[in-house]
Design a protein around this ligand. Sequence first.
Ligand SMILES: [Zn+2]
Ligand SMILES: [Zn+2]
Ligand SMILES: [Zn+2]
Ligand SMILES: [Zn+2]
Length: 381
Amino acid sequence: MDEQSILSFPEWLSEIDENIESKIHSIVKENSISVEQAKKLIEEKVKGGFFSKKDIDFSKMTFKVENSFAIKVNQKRHFETRKVERKTVPYDPEKFTVGFEDEVEDVWEQYLIDKFTKKELQWVRRGTAEVSPCGTCDSRGLIRCPKCKGKGEYYEKCYKCSGKGIIENKCPTCNGRGRVNEGQITVVGGRKIGTGAGYSTREVQCLRCNASGYLSERCSKCSGQGQILVTCKKCKGSGEITCTTCLGYRQLYTCDLITANCKPSEQSFIVSPFEKVKSSWFNSYKDSEYFEIAEELDLGNYVKPAPNDGRVLLEGYDLKLIPVSRVLINDGKKENSIFIVGNDKKVVGVTSSYLDYKKVLIFVVLPIIVAITLIYFFALH
Ligand SMILES: [Zn+2]
Ligand SMILES: [Zn+2]
Ligand SMILES: [Zn+2]
Ligand SMILES: [Zn+2]
């Protein structure tokens, strides 16, 4: 019965951590187990009910132990993308002094790793600025006022009569009712009509307002026109306003704007000579080291490569190293793997379970046969 250690690892791991080889060697050496130790650990699990006891008859099996390791790699990336847009703005000569260089800047020329304190950066691309006259105002800086169409004044609805031209006052005789008590009607000479008993509460139409309840009067503010001429509020009567395109600067500034975006991303994967290593095996393992490298590593098939539409600014790696021992158990018919992982020697990951064939027959095979028989029976009758 032999035991051996498997220590192969991809070359790029030593670029993340130059001492990775000695670390792997020492951790595997410290945690290597012999066949006898492996047997004992598995036996304890058998007692603990981990496996069905009668299915593992150690005396009939051969044991082989492979001591190795597993590394969980967490890759963090800062990925930068850039876009170029042509922008035109009013030309303020004091503000826009850049972009007039002779040579045009390459979009990826500036390396801004230290300036990425926020997600987005924007700047004028060198050598792309130009100044042109404003076509909207013919470089006058002023355009015709759209509100008064250049006249400086316009008609507005009369505020006093709300545009009606007349003002309606409540009739004082009938107090707006349109009807009056008959007794209120007076005739020339002051003699009242119908003052006799029984007539005093009779109502008749108000003659003064023609029963409408109000008296109309021509609006004095607008002379009955309903509208009044006012000075344009937008241009204060000048008929012109500041050009909306050049904001009065008479010229326009056009340039390429470069916008750089930096987004962080993360992905993790496992490096181990054993394929079956699970991420959860690392959960109890707390120690980790963080390494940062500036250049992108070629990790082959381990990770998705960075997209082509940008560049990696920063790459960081977090490595967790655990010892893993694979115990190969052969009962003469087939080989099964049991893993013993971590410094605490946890027995995990049985790759092929030891089934109780009698139970399988009773609870799986037999019901299937019964079901098929029943289906067959009912389908025929
Ligand atoms: Zn009246
Ligand atoms: Zn009016
Ligand atoms: Zn105006
Ligand atoms: Zn203009």
